[in-house]
Design a protein around this ligand. Sequence first.
Ligand SMILES: [Zn+2]
Length: 339
Amino acid sequence: MTEAQMIRRKRRQKELRRRRAVLGALVLCLALIPVLLFSCCDFQKAEAQAPAGAGQPSAQPRQKTASPEPVKAETVASKDLPEGWKILSVSEEDLAEGSLVLVNRDYGYDPGLPQTVSVYDCKNHSYLVKDTYLSIREEAVEALNDWMDAFAAETGRTDVNIVAGWRSFEDQTQLYQNAVETKGQAHADAYLALPGHSEHHTGLAIDLDTYDVDTGASGGFDGDGDYAWAVDHAWEFGYIQRYPSGKSHITGIDFESWHFRYVGLPHAFLMRSEDLCMEEYIDYLRAHPFAGEHLQVSCFGTDYELYFCPKNQVIVPTAGNYTISGNNVDGFIITIQRP
Ligand SMILES: [Zn+2]
């Protein structure tokens, strides 16, 4: 590493420490990563009080259902709050925290928010990374390690190369301008988000490529051949192909075989089984408010209960394990892990 590289790295680390200090005061619990037990997943709709996980296990995607129209979630009067639940105090800034933040043309994201770690420093030997500076959120790199380990065990391949992770506003500006200059405005608009509206600002998105260590050639990541396994099994590790074919009229971005987004489990499973892209999934969750039907999901031996709360009233259990994620739009998704 050159002295210039060391200086850049130190600056980057200093910036990361600053962000961690600022965000360290947030009280939301966000980092619970489900343990992968390699069984199977299932889900059913049920009333909040119904026992969870009673359905027949099935990892097969369910028949596609129409994405429900967003509903106006009603708040619950304090006196009507059932025993075992409490109202959690949240801030507007918390909407941008968690693995389910929606970022697209309509909903921007502050690139300065996420705490990220160097993929190079955290990776295993089952894949490659472009350089030592590329960083993503810690929960995303842990899942990536498991995903690439499984891919390498299945195919013997260790040549997947991570070529993009967290991006600053300036990075995205440069990419967008380069694309306009070299490939035209139409191409830039089809494949690149405007600065401030890229998923890469969240630290939860990665771009995959392949790298031939003998020739130094980049092979792209088309998801065909051996790589189809990585695409088909991404959901098991909490990753989704964020811009699928047939959904560009919703996502605003053409099909990208290489761009993956970490959302965690059981969300990646639900999105796959219901054939929902991120925009549709956020609407789907919003249609399951605290006061209505909660989603009951069994995934890899763990039972989950999911529901949506508007940002003006977030209700969580008084005990037990749960994670909470803002949707970067209008509310929070609570994911309870049942014992
Ligand atoms: Zn990307």
